[in-house]
Design a protein around this ligand. Sequence first.
Ligand SMILES: Cc1cc2nc3c(=O)[nH]c(=O)nc-3n(C[C@H](O)[C@H](O)[C@H](O)COP(=O)(O)OP(=O)(O)OC[C@H]3O[C@@H](n4cnc5c(N)ncnc54)[C@H](O)[C@@H]3O)c2cc1C
Length: 491
Amino acid sequence: MPAKTGKQYIERVDKAEAEIWIDGEQVKGKISEHPAFKGVMKSQAELYDMQFDSDKKDYMTYVSPSSGERVGTSFMQPSTKEELVMRRRMMQEWARYNGGMMGRSPDYINAGLMAYGAASEMFGSQDPMYAKNMQNYYEYARENDLSLTHTLIQPQVNRGVNASQLPDQFIAARMKEKTPDGVVIKGARLLATQGGITDEIMVFPSTLLKQTDEENPYAYAFCIPNNTPGLKFICRESFDYGKTSFDHPLGSRFEEMDTIVVFDDVTVPWDRVFSLGDVSVCNQAYNESSAVVHMTHQVVAKNIAKTEFVLGILQLMAETINIGQYQHIQEKISEVIIALETMKAYVTASEANAQPDRWGTMTPDFAPLNAARNYFPKIYPRFTEIMQLMGASGLMALPSQADFQSAIRPDLDKFLQSATGDAESRVKLYRLAWDVCMSSFGSRQILYERFFFGDPVRMASALYTGYDKQEHVDRVKAFLDRSEELIKNNG
Ligand SMILES: Cc1cc2nc3c(=O)[nH]c(=O)nc-3n(C[C@H](O)[C@H](O)[C@H](O)COP(=O)(O)OP(=O)(O)OC[C@H]3O[C@@H](n4cnc5c(N)ncnc54)[C@H](O)[C@@H]3O)c2cc1C
């Protein structure tokens, strides 16, 4: 089957009827018609449809090496720099469509899956069956244009101890037993964004587990359909409040939802298991496969689009109420321009210095991408602060679309007009800014950028420990020795 359409995406997820809980009730009927999910599912469907745009399909899709059909480019295992750039172009096309506000457009997980597929041999170190499973699953996902969510983190109960030391050994999802049908998993994982509105879930190694025998049952990697019996998604409150796209321009379209994932004796069939019961294998999978690099490549490409979107909004705000002449406004917008150019430079450098990894996949240079993934979580909250500082009362003087259709419209037209246009256009823009920097949707975006790729403190620590600093240390030592020499010679 070739790349899928938006309609096919929606039909498949509706038909699956995964077990999803929200506001104390289980979702019944078509999830694409549920108020909490219909906006984002429509947006996701639009992304899939872009694969068929006549002017885009040459880079949104490519010819499958197995079926000869055109399949999604985010599944492509690049072997040249040109293919790497094509992948990024495809990913940015999707990100620009949603202003970078959909962190989990399907290309995010596809980037990881592509790398795991290319490195499938790695999973065979435990059992050759796992390597075969990984390779087959990657091809299955590619040929069926699967959408996936994923879950990596153990419940936040007591971060001072390991999962096996919690009061109940099945709080964090762990292996319960092996049966002829598969491995039974019981417990919970966090935090699956888009949980329940994809075809399947990837349950991969959580970030580094302690290397002890007690932790081995918590170490596994598998993918299963969202409607596997015993699998439950527990949603937070929805930030799509059912308002129009005028009132809540982002929340009504891109509210991706975050879910707690419960495994209630879920049997994972053996052909879907890629690793099991060995912390050391799990701990190295992310880095060894280059999944971390390809996922970061997608993230940075997406965040370039997000920065462009923020820059566009800020500039429009400056023009709308004529504040672009003030130096501090120029300085603030310049901060975003500098961030944009920095992010673009990181991606360009990573692609220019790309090399095939040990699995033959053309892989971007991780050093600039690693810097980017540590940089953006710090700068994105500042973008929203700048938006608040520039928006001021304009972020609160925000009548709704219904107000514009009521008897008070003449007042709105008079008092909310702007330097460049009418009241309705101005309110539309400021509502967008509010949804970026003030609303529940906007606050979640800030939290998302801070944490979704891992704890920023430990990411910085990994950057510090993994970075080769010796050359610079040696140069300073040589400089100090040179100074000594000079003193000696001159003395
Ligand atoms: C909006 C959003 C969406 C997300 N989507 C997904 C998803 O789709 N899939 C997924 O798998 N995950 C997802 N995550 C989870 C994300 O990966 C985690 O939030 C992140 O890895 C941090 O883990 P934690 O939330 O458990 O925080 P914790 O690890 O509990 O950290 C809480 C605080 O304690 C500190 N801390 C805890 N332990 C240590 C330590 N050992 N050393 C130093 N400091 C420590 C942290 O620095 C932090 O300040 C999402 C998170 C958010 C906020």
